[in-house]
Design a protein around this ligand. Structure first.
Ligand SMILES: Nc1ncnc2c1ncn2[C@@H]1O[C@H](COP(=O)(O)O)[C@@H](OP(=O)(O)O)[C@H]1O
Ligand SMILES: [Mg+2]
Length: 339
């Protein structure tokens, strides 16, 4: 098939093809290729690029890796979080955001972490072919009205850790929500080239582990936006509980799953107590939901992926556990002053 532009208008309001398009890019090496260019700081390898697949395998990728080794990240602060931490951004965030936005531009509202110039006319070429291994997994195609779809993109999760060269925490994420409910999530680890995806009532390439420790769980928490999470975890589950500080919301959801990547730590629960943005959590929420798990606020409310960018009520993620029983165990953060 001749290469086509990335505009997905031919797909109309069908969420399945839009989601599969995202998967296509991940599997084709697109994101890995773009990520390797993060150190370049200037123009990404666009223009004559033969397509998303080619980008993943080009000599530019090797040059980009060399630059990454030299630490040319063009790090800056976008401002402060509510808790006063630097809200960091690098050229990696910007370049990844631009490529993911353009490559996913389907005519739906897209919420991305970084700003995209509306006048940016770059065209990414791809042939709209979905690999067989993905197609055969998606068992129940769905058609939904375009107005009900929102897409959330986190072009580089764990930016703080990326600036510290803690690459194992870094992911890129895409999520499709329908009527605010997370339906399709993709979490990609560009530095180990591992991708997890799952679609609610559809397919997945990742599963839950066979057992979890509900009584004295290992709890994965933020290392850079922790707030009072350790106190909350220990107060709820006792001093025997193991706390695993880690970067990135994508990494922390993967910690709950059966992920073959060697650099991935394993945990039984993911708890976050401070404010967090929806592009950080939508993909993980969709994957957990598709696999029978849960991601809610700390008071057990479902998170709606429409409207505001962030959530105030903290986060509890679990799989193969009695989620509502866990919610009941947690203290009321407003009352205990742990917020
Ligand atoms: N209090 C807060 N305010 C704003 N963003 C927050 C936050 N707590 C966590 N996040 C964001 O959520 C993601 C996971 O955080 P953490 O690693 O601390 O668990 C990071 O996303 P980015 O790296 O995409 O900015 C981080 O910036
Ligand atoms: Mg993020």
């Amino acid at each position: 098939m001749a290469p086509m532009g990335i505009r997905l208008s031919p797909w109309g309001g069908r969420v399945l093809p839009a989601g599969l398009g995202v998967l296509y890019h991940l599997y084709s090496g697109f994101l890995a290729g773009r990520f390797s260019l993060f150190g370049l700081g200037g123009e990404p390898a666009g223009g004559a690029m033969p397509g998303c697949v080619g980008a993943g395998r080009s000599p530019r990728r090797r040059r980009g890796e060399a630059r990454r080794e030299s630490n040319l990240l063009h790090e800056k602060s976008k401002g402060k979080t509510r808790e006063g931490a630097d809200d960091k951004m690098t050229s990696g965030d910007v370049l990844s955001n631009r490529k993911m936005f353009i490559c996913s531009r389907p005519g739906f509202p897209i919420n991305t972490e970084e700003h995209v110039d509306a006048a940016d006319q770059e065209v990414i070429l791809w042939d709209h072919k979905i690999p067989e291994d993905i197609l055969k997994q998606v068992t129940t195609p769905k058609e939904v009205p375009a107005e009900s779809v929102t897409v959330w993109i986190d072009p580089l999760d764990a930016t703080q850790e990326y600036t510290e060269d803690l690459r194992k925490y870094v992911t890129t994420m895409v999520c499709v929500a329908v009527n605010g409910k997370p339906v399709l999530g993709v979490i990609h680890k560009p530095f180990s080239e591992y991708t997890a995806w799952a679609m609610v009532d559809g397919g997945s390439n990742v599963k839950a582990r066979s057992s979890y420790n509900e009584k004295t769980p290992r709890i994965v928490v933020s290392r850079s936006h922790s707030g009072m999470v350790k106190q909350v975890a220990l107060q709820t589950f006792g001093n025997q509980t193991t706390i695993i500080p880690a970067g990135g919301a994508g990494y922390k959801v993967l910690a709950l799953l059966d992920v073959p990547d060697k650099s991935q730590e394993k945990a039984d629960l993911y708890i976050h107590v401070t404010y967090i943005k929806k592009w950080d959590i939508c993909a993980g929420n969709a994957i957990l939901k598709a696999l029978g798990g849960h991601m809610t606020t700390l008071s057990g409310e479902e998170i709606s992926y429409t409207g505001s960018d962030g959530i105030e009520g903290g986060l509890l993620a679990s799989i193969r556990m009695n989620h509502q029983a866990l919610v009941r165990k947690l203290p009321d953060l407003e009352k205990t002053g742990h917020k």
